[in-house]
Design a binder for this molecule. Structure first.
Ligand code: AMP
Length: 285
C-alpha cells in the first residue's frame, strides 16, 4: 500500500493510473477506521482496479463548538487496517496542503443542506462539498463510495456531482452495525458506559417503524409518533430531529408513497456525543 501525503504526488500517481487505463475507486474518510469504512473499501475494490482511501479530518466541516480538536487521530492503526482491507493507496494530506494560505473558494449545494443536520450544523455541508470537490479534482476517481450512515451527505454529494457535471459515479454502501444494532461510528469512542447501553434503542425505534410500515402503515404522522414515543423514554439521549422525508428535497412526507428516508439525530446527555442513524423505506438511497 502506497502512503501519499502531498497533493502534487497524488495528482501524479492518479495520472499514472489513468495512463495505464486503470480505474480508481475512491473512499473518502476522516480516519479512526472501523468496519463501516472497510465495507466501503470492499465496494470500491469490486468496482475498480485501484482502491484509494483518503484520511483527512477536514476543518471546514466542523462548527466552532464542534469536536475538530478532539476528533480521534490514530494514523498508525489506520494504516494497518487499510492495508489489511486491501487498500492500494492511502492519501493523507495535511491541512496546509488542502487549504493553503489565501484559500477562499467554497462549493455550496443549496436547499437540501439547510434541512435535517443542516439546521444545527449550518456550514457543515459546505465544508464537505468543498473538500470533496477538491479530492475529486486531485484523485480523479471514476467511482466514489459513501455510506448510507450519512444519508443526507450522500444526497448532497449526488446533487453536487449532477449539478457540476463531475465525471464520477457515486455508490452507496449499507450501514454497518454492532451486533446490538448500534450504527458504528468513529465518534462512538466518546460514549460513557451508561450511554453505550442505551444507544441501541435508536435503531430499535427505526426497526419498529420499518415493521409497522411493512405491515401496511403509510402515514408518516403515525410512524413518526411511534418513533418519538419510543425515544421519549430514553434517559441518556436527547433527540435533535426524527423526520420522514423524500430523497429529492428532504421535504417531510405525509404519505409514504415514494422512497422515503427516516432520519434521526440525537445527542447523548453525558458525553454530549452527536449520533445519527437512518433507514430507507420503499427504495434504496
Ligand atoms: P467518516 O470517516 O465518519 O467521515 O466516514 C467516512 C465514510 O464512511 C462516509 O461515507 C460514511 O458515511 C461512511 N461510514 C461511516 N460509518 C459507517 C457505517 N457504520 N457503515 C457504513 N459506512 C459508514
Amino acid at each position: 500500500m502506497k502512503i501519499v501525503k502531498s497533493v502534487a504526488e497524488m495528482k501524479n500517481l492518479s495520472l499514472t493510473y489513468h495512463k495505464c487505463g486503470q480505474t480508481i475507486g475512491f473512499v473518502p474518510t476522516m480516519g479512526a477506521l472501523h468496519e463501516g469504512h472497510v465495507s466501503l473499501l470492499k465496494i470500491a475494490r469490486q468496482n475498480s482496479d485501484i482502491t484509494l482511501m483518503s484520511i483527512f479530518v477536514n476543518p471546514t466541516q466542523f462548527g466552532p463548538q464542534e469536536d475538530f480538536e478532539k476528533y480521534p487521530r490514530v494514523f498508525e492503526q489506520d494504516c494497518a487496517k487499510a492495508l489489511d482491507a486491501g487498500c492500494d493507496v492511502l492519501f493523507a494530506p495535511t491541512v496546509s496542503q488542502m487549504y493553503p494560505d489565501g484559500f477562499s473558494t467554497y462549493v455550496s449545494v443549496e436547499g437540501i443542506t439547510s434541512k435535517l443536520c443542516g439546521i444545527s450544523r449550518p456550514n457543515h455541508f459546505r465544508g464537505v462539498t468543498t473538500v470533496l470537490l477538491k479530492f475529486f479534482n486531485i484523485v480523479e476517481p471514476q467511482i466514489a463510495v459513501f455510506g448510507q450512515k450519512d444519508a443526507q451527505q450522500v444526497l448532497v454529494i449526488k446533487r453536487m456531482v449532477r449539478d457540476l457535471n463531475c465525471p464520477i459515479k457515486i455508490l452507496t454502501g449499507p450501514i454497518i452495525r454492532e451486533p446490538d444494532g448500534f450504527a458504528i461510528s468513529s465518534r462512538n469512542k466518546y460514549l460513557t458506559e451508561k450511554e453505550r447501553s442505551e444507544v441501541p434503542q435508536i435503531f430499535e425505534g427505526l426497526k419498529k417503524i420499518m415493521e409497522v410500515y411493512e405491515n401496511g402503515e403509510k402515514k408518516a404522522g403515525v410512524l413518526k409518533e411511534i418513533l418519538l414515543n419510543k425515544y421519549h423514554s430514553l434517559k441518556h439521549i436527547k433527540m435533535e430531529y426524527a423526520d420522514i422525508v423524500d430523497f429529492e428535497n428532504l421535504k417531510p412526507l405525509e404519505i409514504l408513497n415514494t422512497p422515503s428516508l427516516v432520519a434521526v439525530a440525537c445527542r447523548t446527555t453525558e458525553s454530549k456525543t452527536r449520533l445519527i442513524d437512518n433507514i430507507v423505506l420503499g427504495g434504496v438511497l
